[in-house]
Design a protein around this ligand. Structure first.
Ligand code: PGA
Length: 251
C-alpha cells in the first residue's frame, strides 16, 4: 500500500516575523530545487501563519498550526478556532502534542473534540501520541499508545483527513531517538489498532509519522521502515539545511 511520505516541521514557540519569513522562503526554495517525492509541511506559531503563508506562495510546501479550540467561535479568551486557521490559509493542525497534554492538561477526549472540529472546518489533523519514559520502562508503550489512539482519534477520521504522529515523550528534544526497530514496533502496533478503529482500508492508507529528535543523521533509517511514513520534526525543522536533508530521505 503506497502512502506518500509527509515531512512536517513543528516550529513550536520559536520565531519572530523576520525569522519565520526567511526560514519559510529558504525551505520553499530548497524544496523546489530537490523536487521531493514527499509532502512537506511547516507548522509555525499562530503569529507567523500569515507571514509564512506569504513566504510559501508559489511553492508546494503546506502550512499548519500547532493547536486549535474545539469550538467554532465564542467566549474563549486567548484561543484560536479551526475556522480561523482555515481562514489564515492552513492545511493542517497538530493536535494533542505531548507538550500540550502536559502543559495544558489536554486529555484524549479533548484532543478528539478538537480533531472533530478541525476536520469539520476542512483541516487535516496530525494527532500526536506517545509514551513517557516511565511508561516505556514499565513495558507499557503499546498499551499507552493504544489507549491514546482509541480515545483521541474521532470516528470521522479517514486516511485523507488524519495523520498519526508517534512521538515517544522521552525522545522529544532530548537527542534520544527510538531505534528504528523500536519505533517500527510501535508503528506496526498503532496500525493494528487503527484497523480495529477505522477498518483495514483506512488503516492501511493512514500515515503514521515518527517524531522525537529526528535529524539528518537518523531520518533515513527511520523513514525506511515499513510503517514509518515520515516525520514530525521539532528542533531540526528550525534549520533549513537540516530540514531539507530530512526531506531528501523521503521514500
Ligand atoms: P524534536 O521535537 O524533533 O525537537 O524532538 C519533535 C516534536 O516535539 O514534534
Amino acid at each position: 500500500m503506497s502512502r506518500k511520505t509527509l515531512i512536517a516541521g513543528n516550529w513550536k514557540m520559536n520565531g519572530l516575523l523576520a525569522d519565520g519569513a526567511s526560514l519559510a522562503k529558504e525551505i520553499a526554495s530548497n524544496v523546489k530545487a530537490i523536487k521531493p517525492n514527499a509532502e512537506v509541511l511547516v507548522c509555525p506559531p499562530f503569529t507567523l501563519l500569515t507571514t509564512v503563508k506569504k513566504a510559501l506562495r508559489g511553492s508546494k510546501v503546506m502550512l499548519g498550526a500547532q493547536d486549535c479550540h474545539a469550538e467554532e467561535k465564542g467566549a474563549h479568551t486567548g484561543d484560536i478556532s479551526p475556522y480561523m486557521l482555515k481562514d489564515a490559509g492552513c492545511d493542517y493542525v497538530i493536535l494533542g502534542h505531548s507538550e500540550r497534554r502536559t502543559d495544558h492538561k489536554e486529555t484524549n477526549a479533548l484532543v478528539k473534540a478538537k480533531a472533530q472540529a478541525a476536520i469539520k472546518a476542512g483541516l487535516k489533523v496530525i494527532i500526536c501520541i506517545g509514551e513517557t519514559l516511565a511508561e516505556r520502562e514499565a513495558g507499557k508503550a503499546f498499551e499507552v499508545t493504544e489507549k491514546q489512539i482509541k480515545g483521541s482519534v474521532p470516528s470521522e477520521a479517514t486516511a485523507a483527513n488524519t495523520v498519526i504522529a508517534y512521538e515517544p515523550v522521552w525522545a522529544i528534544g532530548t537527542g534520544k531517538t527510538a531505534t528504528p526497530d523500536d519505533a517500527e514496533a510501535v508503528h506496526a502496533h498503532v496500525r493494528k489498532v487503527l484497523v480495529q478503529k477505522c477498518g483495514k482500508g483506512v488503516a492501511s492508507r493512514m500515515r503514521i509519522l515518527y517524531g522525537g529528535s529526528m535529524k539528518p543523521a537518523n531520518a533515513a533509517e527511520l523513514i525506511a521502515k515499513e510503517n514509518i511514513d515520515g516525520g514530525l520534526i521539532g528542533g531540526a525543522s528550525l534549520k533549513a539545511a537540516d530540514f531539507t536533508a530530512i526531506i531528501k530521505t523521503s521514500k
